[in-house]
Write a new protein. Structure first.
Length: 185
């Protein structure tokens, strides 16, 4: 693994102010602190005890933030071996129990037997444009609990084509990024 090029701070919960080591990898785009703070303010009433899925996890900041704030478990899916290794290292160093890392791509992971979750972080690399295909796999594959919440991060000028039963709950913008929380109906 390459040396860490930076660090990301966990902003809330029992791991508050802990730092995640971030490997120097092309295309790695961690969700900014301000966006994570807004998202987890939105999720505060429902995060405790939830099972979550962090697809295209990258640094794992979203999933680790969820664990810090009371999620029962998070499955992290990350195809890049160096990112998956850094994520495992961060989980172990922080003693963040309930995290499981799968080093595979999201589409392949979603072909497995589903384990329905109440929260999904859908933040794929923007250049791959995977929002629609992964959303369809989540919806059709039985991965979502009946009232699941889905966080989607995309370029500011793009609203992904998502399943019609995913209802927009809240959204915001930060720089060139659009972030939105959907509720499954």
């Amino acid at each position: 693994m390459k040396a860490a090029s930076g660090r990301i701070r966990i902003i809330g919960g029992h791991l508050r102010n802990s730092r995640l080591n971030v490997p120097d990898l092309p295309g790695l785009r961690p969700t900014p602190e301000r966006v994570r703070e807004t998202l987890f303010n939105w999720l505060a009433p429902t995060i405790a005890g939830v099972q979550a899925l962090d697809l295209c996890a990258g640094t794992g900041a979203l999933g680790i933030e969820a664990l810090s704030r009371g999620a029962a478990g998070v499955r992290f899916v990350e195809p890049e071996a160096a990112s998956a290794e850094a994520l495992r290292g961060n989980l172990a160093r922080l003693k963040a129990h309930g995290g499981e890392v799968a080093c595979t791509d999201a589409a392949r992971f979603l072909q497995r037997a589903p384990q329905p979750v109440g929260l999904v972080f859908l933040d794929p690399p923007f250049a791959l444009q995977l929002w629609t295909s992964l959303a369809q796999q989540l919806e059709r594959g039985g991965w979502l609990a009946p009232s699941a919440q889905i966080y989607v991060e995309s370029p500011r000028d793009l609203t992904p084509d998502l399943p019609p039963n995913w209802v927009l709950h809240r959204e915001g913008h930060a720089g060139e990024v659009r972030y939105a929380l959907y509720r499954r109906t």
